[in-house]
Design a binder for this molecule. Structure first.
Ligand code: ZN
Ligand code: ZN
Length: 358
């Protein structure tokens, strides 16, 4: 089964790094490696044993879901139980811990319980998660379709005069109605000048006519996230807002046309950034072009100017250029794509031609 194959890959990575075991504390990594879903879980993987620790609240769920591991029911704080397992599962070498997930305080406590200091590691499981298998892609395709339907349902009821918050709540409900387990992050609805803030929080002001409204939403299906942004017009636009929409769409399309396995993440970022720069808006596109998506809404690889990853077939990334003009408004257009050797498979299907929504 696939979880055991993933565990095998972790053991290979440990051997390459000279590590004797890995204590997995990131819950998305625990889920990926074992199939277990819950708010408290630690996996301990070594050449002599593979265990999943959780507490009694999740005992039944863990035994039903976990694959390829012994399920151990521990206390609420699982660090001591994890440390106690190490001698029976570990091989030669230090015990690896996940530096991105383990707090310094928990690291210190673990250090005090083990015979030798644990070795902070990064990216062992996250690197495996970058390339999606067919089941993961299907879950994300469905999550993207849920978001497409939710957005269409809410826009169909009109947005002018409603508050950003009201529209965000309507999207929340529509995502659940359409089959999401939950939203993959808090929906962004940013109208008028608020659109100049990429991560604006939906506010109590009514949405005005004749401006741009940026809506960023996503669904979770079978644990996997989708992520999509559309920017719509609430009537005929001032020329500058019409222009930045057209430039952003051109930049997004250029990146979609270019995206394929084998290119560098920074190289893909540069395709969209060049279009925006040539139009004179380089300073108005401050964030990266995109990010990996999977069990987490933001995961590796980063698609940014400083990104060092080489894109591989099966990676799921967003392509989301934006142009933000303080005091005026903003635009972002985001699709979730699966990279292939010849191009990319676009999972989001909501229309991108500038649409007027009353
Ligand atoms: Zn987004
Ligand atoms: Zn995104």
């Amino acid at each position: 089964m696939k979880e055991e194959g993933r565990q095998d890959a972790v053991l290979e990575a440990l051997a390459e790094r000279g590590l004797g075991a890995l204590i997995v504390t990131d819950l998305a990594n625990v889920r990926y490696l074992t199939g277990y879903v819950g708010s408290n879980g630690v996996a301990v993987l070594g050449p002599r044993g593979r265990s999943l620790l959780t507490d009694s609240r999740y005992a039944v769920a863990a035994r039903a879901a976990a694959r390829g591991v012994d399920v151990v029911i521990g206390r609420r704080d699982l660090l001591g139980d994890a440390a106690a397992l190490v001698p029976s599962v570990a091989g030669e070498g230090a015990v690896g811990v996940e530096a991105e997930s383990l707090t310094v305080a928990r690291y210190r406590r673990l250090e005090a319980m083990l015979d030798a200091p644990p070795e902070p590691t990064t990216g062992i499981v996250e690197t495996l998660r970058e390339v999606k298998d067919a089941d993961e892609i299907e879950a994300m395709r469905e999550a993207a379709a849920v978001a497409d339907r939710a957005l269409a349902a809410v826009l169909g009821r009109g947005i002018v005069g409603r508050t950003e918050r009201d529209v965000a709540l309507a999207i929340y409900g529509a995502l659940l109605d359409e089959g999401a387990e939950r939203p993959s992050f808090e929906t962004i609805v940013a109208a008028g000048p608020n659109g100049a803030r990429p991560h604006a929080v939906p506010g109590p002001e009514p949405i005005a006519p004749n401006t741009l409204v940026t809506i960023d939403l996503g669904a979770v299906v079978h644990g996997y996230c989708s992520d999509m942004t559309r920017t719509v017009a609430t009537g005929p636009l001032p020329p500058r807002l019409a222009e930045i929409y057209a430039v952003c769409l051109r930049a997004q399309q250029a990146a979609l046309d270019a995206a394929r396995a084998g290119m560098g993440a920074a190289e893909l970022d540069a395709v969209a950034r060049a279009v925006i720069g040539d139009a004179g808006y380089a300073d108005a596109f401050g964030h990266g072009l995109g990010h990996g998506v999977g069990l987490a809404i933001h995961e590796a690889p980063g698609v940014r100017p400083e990104g060092t990853a080489t894109l591989r077939a099966g990676m799921a990334v967003t392509i989301e250029p934006g142009i933000y003009l303080e005091g005026e408004g903003g635009v972002r257009i985001e699709d979730l794509v699966i990279l292939g050797d010849e191009g990319c498979d676009i999972l989001s299907h909501a229309p991108k031609e500038l649409t007027i929504v009353d």
